[in-house]
Design a protein around this ligand. Structure first.
Ligand SMILES: CC(C)(COP(=O)(O)OP(=O)(O)OC[C@H]1O[C@@H](n2cnc3c(N)ncnc32)[C@H](O)[C@@H]1OP(=O)(O)O)[C@@H](O)C(=O)NCCC(=O)NCCS
Length: 94
């Protein structure tokens, strides 16, 4: 499953930022990890966000989540430099 919402300022509490998408959740059943499902799901998220006119997508992921970092790096995301609470912000253009 994946859940995407408009990107908002002030750590999610502010007004929606035009053209921005925020990837809240991305989950694949553990017994199916490594089969390419996460990649296909993320490709659909990127295509749908683009279709809806978004130009940038942002997410946060835990510093120790190696698998999610492989996935996001494989789809062109990079760290923005913002980090805190053992997690880091990643983003890419659409
Ligand atoms: C993170 C998660 C969604 C990944 O899903 P997945 O179905 O296992 O991912 P995929 O099989 O599509 O693999 C993703 C990428 O990692 C790459 N990868 C796999 N093993 C790798 C390794 N050892 N080194 C480098 N890259 C690797 C794959 O090649 C793939 O890229 P590709 O499509 O270009 O080949 C899944 O592990 C999950 O649900 N985790 C728990 C929830 C979570 O952490 N969600 C993210 C929170 S932000």
């Amino acid at each position: 499953m994946a859940l995407v919402s408009p990107l908002r300022g002030i750590g999610g509490a502010g007004p929606a930022i035009p053209g921005g998408a925020f990837l809240n959740l991305l989950y694949v059943l553990p017994e199916r990890w490594g089969e390419g499902i996460g990649g296909r799901l993320l490709d659909e998220v990127l295509a749908e966000a683009r279709r809806r006119g978004c130009t940038r997508i942002v997410l946060w992921t835990d510093e120790d989540n190696e698998r999610s970092q492989w996935l996001y790096a494989s789809r062109g995301f990079a760290r923005t430099g913002r980090a805190g609470d053992d997690a880091a912000e990643w983003a890419r253009k659409l």
